[in-house]
Design a protein around this ligand. Structure first.
Ligand code: F0G
Length: 431
């Protein structure tokens, strides 16, 4: 199967995967209440009842008055950036997720990552490694007056290891934004997991209801983009929510062009119902304690077996440092990709490489070589409400075994690749 797939796990059929940790996006198991909600779908073109339930839920949870549904998160990003960016504008973020970066860049903008220095170090221990560097943000806004249409913060910081942002840091970012009259938008994909970390780790927040922490965080924002495929506990869906009336008008007109009428936004009515219910369920504290606890226990089991993981463990995934895992393999033989292949071969496990294959670029000075990113990671993302602790203990066992037998990993060379986003379709052969 690996040979047929060109040693790229994206080419493997899901039926042929035992434990699928490719992503936590759209892979949640829906609850009985959500499935029941699907049966109450109102598929009217305009003004369906599920939309009003969805809108009321988003307003209540996030406190943002204008709610625009989209079929997934990247469309919310597309709408926002194609409306507010001028070529040459700058968008600071803790760390842009790939689709966010792409939507900024395709509209002529510059996507700037200003996470604190600890956020870039796999083993630096800091309770909120997703925090924005306030000094750098202040300087960026001072030096680029009139060229920053908005600041973003990604909760949790997916590209930086699923690390949370503290309430104090959101306040700090808000103050810098207010002083410079720049709006603040949150990428809310994993808002509930982020709020849980605030409750667990931030002084003065212990024991507070998670829903209250969420309201506090979002009261500091002018808007948010959301993929309901994560903390919406749904298989599809997303939205853009904001305060500014002038932007809403433009955004809705564009929504009609690319997604659909503003009361369904590219979704079936029943999908809006599943999202509305999922957004409430994700705030249940027994759910969050289990969810974040499960991912932490999984990561700690790996760390205890000597597997080099990004620490502290993030909210939705465990990230393995592949260069440290397989020091024998040179970075240009793609150790992260080699590990994803070995995990599948040895355990039927599917993970995703976030390293040289995903981010490597040809060196303009020497076309035979590549410029590789600083880190070569493998992400084991845990779908919500899908796997038991035993499933993850099995994954930890297989990974620990591979770590003890580093010769089980073979480097790879690329034999075919697309000009952009090559990691989805590249084909390899073992070296
Ligand atoms: N923002 C963040 C932080 C994300 O993690 C994602 C998706 C998006 C935006 C885009 O949302 O997929 O609904 O269009 N992340 C998935 C992942 C794909 O595997 O991490 P989308």
């Amino acid at each position: 199967m690996l040979r047929r797939a060109g040693y790229n796990i994206f080419g493997i059929a899901s039926e042929d995967v035992y434990i699928d940790l490719l992503t936590d996006s759209g892979t949640s198991a829906m609850s009985d209440a959500q499935w029941a909600g699907l049966m109450r779908g109102d598929e009217s073109y305009a003004g369906g009842r599920n939309f009003f339930h969805f809108e009321e839920t988003v307003r209540k949870i996030f406190g943002l008055p204008h709610v625009i549904p989209t079929h997934q998160g990247r469309v919310a990003e597309n709408l926002l950036f194609s409306t507010v960016l001028e070529p040459g504008d700058i968008v600071p973020n803790n760390t842009h997720f790939d689709t966010t970066r792409a939507n900024v860049e395709v509209n002529g903008g510059v996507a700037l990552d200003l996470v604190i220095p600890e956020g870039r170090e796999p083993r630096a221990r800091h309770p909120f490694k997703g925090n924005m560097d306030l000094g750098k943000l202040e300087r960026c806004l001072a030096e680029n007056r009139g060229r920053v249409p908005l600041v973003m913060l990604t909760l949790t910081n997916n590209s930086g290891g699923g690390q949370p942002v503290s309430l104090e840091n959101v306040r700090g970012v808000r103050e810098v934004c207010s002083r410079n009259s720049v709006p603040l938008f949150l990428d809310a994909c994993r808002f509930a997991e982020n709020a849980w970390f605030i409750r667990e780790r931030e002084p003065g927040q212990a024991g507070r209801p998670v829903a209250e922490i969420v309201r506090d965080v979002f009261s500091l924002a002018d808007g948010c983009t959301m993929s309901a495929k994560k903390d919406g506990l749904a298989n599809i869906g997303g939205f853009l929510a904001l305060r500014d009336e002038a932007w809403v008008e433009k955004l809705k007109n564009k929504l009609i062009l690319i997604e659909g009428f503003p009361t369904y936004g590219g979704l079936a009515g029943r999908d809006l119902e599943a999202v509305a219910l999922g957004l409430r369920e994700v705030l249940q504290e027994d759910y969050l304690a289990f969810r974040v606890g499960q991912v932490t226990a999984f990561g700690e089991a790996l760390a205890a077996a000597g597997v080099p993981v990004v620490e502290p463990i993030g909210g939705h995934a465990v990230y393995i440092d592949a260069r440290a895992f397989a020091p024998r393999l040179p970075p240009e033989h793609y150790p992260g990709q080699a590990l994803t292949v070995a995990l599948y071969r040895e355990g039927g496990i599917r993970a995703v490489e976030i390293g040289g294959v995903m981010f490597g670029k040809p060196d303009p000075k020497d076309p035979g070589r590549e410029i590789l990113p600083d880190l070569d990671l493998v992400r084991l993302a845990v779908p919500r409400r899908v796997y038991s602790n035993d499933h993850l203990a099995y994954v930890a066992d297989v990974t620990a075994r591979l770590h003890r037998e580093p010769e089980a990993l073979r480097g790879l060379r690329i034999v075919h690749q697309a000009p952009v986003l090559r990691h989805f379709t590249a084909r390899f052969e073992p070296i």
